[in-house]
Design a protein around this ligand. Sequence first.
Ligand code: AMP
Ligand code: MG
Length: 278
Amino acid sequence: MADQPSLKDVRAATLVNPKAKKPVSLSDFETHGGKIFDSKKDAKASLEEDALAINGLQDARFAGKAGALLIVMQGIDTSGKDGTTKEAFKYTSPLGVHVHAFGKPTEEDLAHDYLWRLHKRTPRRGHIGVFNRSQYEDVLVVKVRKLAPPELVEQRYEQINQFEKHLVENGTRVLKLMLHMSKKEQGDRLRERLEVPEKRWKFNPSDLEDRKLWPEYEAAYETVLQRCSTPWAPWHVVPSDSRSRRDAIAAKLIRGELEAMKPEYPDPGYRPEQFSID
Ligand code: AMP
Ligand code: MG
């Protein structure tokens, strides 16, 4: 690919085509990102440019209170859900950006339908909401670890599609990013978490149990990509073995969503010449 990939290039390389007839296989998507960015240097330059653009676009959206953007960030432990969010929004005012990490459901969550806790956290107009894990955990971990009967899980794909359709039709764009990482890279990152004192808090022994279920998670992700990449909220598979490429690819896609919303500063309702300030 030429020096810097365009938004179109990045979209084409990561999109799970909602209309594709062929079953989705994760092996058709690279984990490295080398086909999109030749070098880490290119990726870093691209991220700088896009992170600055994201700030400008979001500033106008916040002022104009136009439309909401929900970013669904899914990926196995260590794939970089936190890191990607931090980098893409490093120049953006935190005022209008809300990140919510969905861990194990609380007692109160479990006393409601599974979408209840998600819908409560969707962003308001002018804001960006990032879901670090999401409604998809209810067809990923819940399926793989058999936390609900299979027939309930089976119904959820269509329910999630309809939930997202409802959001989109009511003024929320939905960008879904699956951070796609190799098992080898996860091994390196888990070891790093144990070795580096400042990273130890991120390690959880249950991460290793999930790692043992790697093939089951891959299959569950493929089903999600197959059944929940819709014309209104398609999935993007983001190569995540290289942190710099991952961040640059995600930032490009986020910038693309914000641009598509055509943000404009609102009319202030006065003419500046009306006033003189001593
Ligand atoms: P982390 O993102 O590493 O802080 O871990 C959060 C944990 O919560 C992960 O192990 C998730 O699989 C788990 N989790 C998230 N959503 C659900 C859910 N709906 N049911 C059960 N476990 C969940
Ligand atoms: Mg974890």
